[in-house]
Design a protein around this ligand. Sequence first.
Ligand code: NDP
Length: 302
Amino acid sequence: MELINASTRYCAVLGHPVRHSASPAMQNAALKELNLPWCYLALEVHPQDLRAAIAGAKAMKLIGLNLTVPHKTAALEMVDVVHEKARRSGAVNTIVFETPSLGGDWVPLGQVAVEDVGPIRSHGYNTDAQGLARSLEEDFQWPDLRGASVLLLGAGGAARAAALQLAEEGIDSLFLVNRTGAKAEQLAAELRGGFPKIHIITRLPHDPVDLVINATSVGLKASDPPPLAEEWLESRRPRRVYDVIYRPAETRLLRAAKKAGCQTANGLGLLLYQGAAALELWSGRAAPVAVMRAALQKDIYG
Ligand code: NDP
């Protein structure tokens, strides 16, 4: 904080609520490591004020924004340009403010001196899918998902981003299960249209799968039941179980999966790598992931 002066530039995460966010700890550690005179803030923004908040950030020449619950879907309609991946995911989790360079190309504000900033546009991205891909690769030492069978629990924003990423990586079969079945059916229909070679089935698999992903919010509270019955885990024993939840570090699902002999990982890697990708978009620099991971672990787990 002592580094803040009249030249400091800003990024922020907008959420409602936002006080739980670990992104400021992670991003400010990275900014320090990269020696960038920027500061990353967490700002509480009510959904009805989101459009005004994005416009205000643009007017104040912020470098970029992250969006967390419940803003990701609404933001899609509030940015000037939407990246293809964000459009297909139906959600924006990162906004890059851009200005024309001398050559006329739009460049991120974070890569331009303030004096050179002209007109500004907001460019909406989604880095969650990329974050998940890097996390799966690293946490499971699993670089190639081609041909895999996956059970995906959920059909909200996180599940949607995961489903698209898995489909793009060429998995063989995707089992989609959600509390509200109609939402799983809708997501399945969209995926079948875009990826006709993938088997998309809206029920639990009968045979063991290579991967289970919990992309529901079930498990955030200690009192939550596991999103999959323990007997199912024991009898079908999937090879890997990934929970997008990272707080608590070990959900009931992961505990049961470990007991059943599955490889397990929580969503910390997703959080880390979606943030790393956002920082790379803003700064054009390689994100210092080791520093960011350490900052996250300290902030979340103490
Ligand atoms: P959404 O609100 O878009 O979706 C929530 C999903 O959870 C829906 O599929 C919903 O089912 C399901 N669900 C909620 N409550 C229950 C319940 N009681 N029983 C069964 N299913 C339930 O949220 P997101 O997709 O944005 O987020 C989902 C989870 O992913 C959250 O825990 C979030 O914290 C986490 N997340 C983690 C990230 C990370 O960086 N690690 C990044 C993004 C998200 P239904 O459709 O029936 O309502």
